[in-house]
Design a protein. Structure first.
Length: 146
């Protein structure tokens, strides 16, 4: 899985790096750091690109770099979260129920296991009640699930 992946459904708003791409959100959750859009916009485009390009397998390095950026380039404190390292082996109930509410068949267990960890993370994020869910169906389409 490329560390710089920006999905097609997010290119119009994340491709310019004015919004936080799912690939960075995935690393943030794994690193246990909450980064606001305001903080994201306060770091330079080069720094945002560096966060996007940071390898998935060096979460401690990503975390250290991110903390340094937040402390030196933003006017908000670092907000820690419990790191989310989960990667469920089957579609979570919340995702299944959200897909059904959209009158879309949820991914089968086999289709789910064929997705990359980033794709699974993305679908989980896009199916949460407090998230902007407009890209859920486009993500399912892009991942070959609809």
């Amino acid at each position: 899985m490329p560390d710089t992946q920006i999905f097609g459904f997010e290119r119009d708003f994340a491709g310019s790096l004015r919004c936080i791409p799912m690939a960075v959100r995935y690393k943030l959750d794994r690193a246990g750091i909450k980064l606001s859009l305001r903080q994201w916009s306060q770091v330079s485009r080069d720094d945002r690109t560096a966060l996007l390009e940071a390898p998935y397998d060096d979460i401690p390095g990503f975390r250290a770099k991110l903390i340094a950026l937040i402390e030196t380039k933003t006017d908000e404190p670092v907000k820690s979260l419990v790191p989310d390292l989960t990667d469920p082996p089957m579609p979570p109930t919340q995702l299944v129920e959200f897909a059904q509410a959209q009158t879309i068949a949820p991914p089968t267990n086999a289709a789910w296991s064929a997705l990359t960890p980033l794709q699974r993370f993305t679908l989980i994020k896009l199916s949460r009640a407090h998230h902007d869910n407009i890209n859920f169906v486009p993500a399912l389409r892009e991942f070959g699930l609809v």
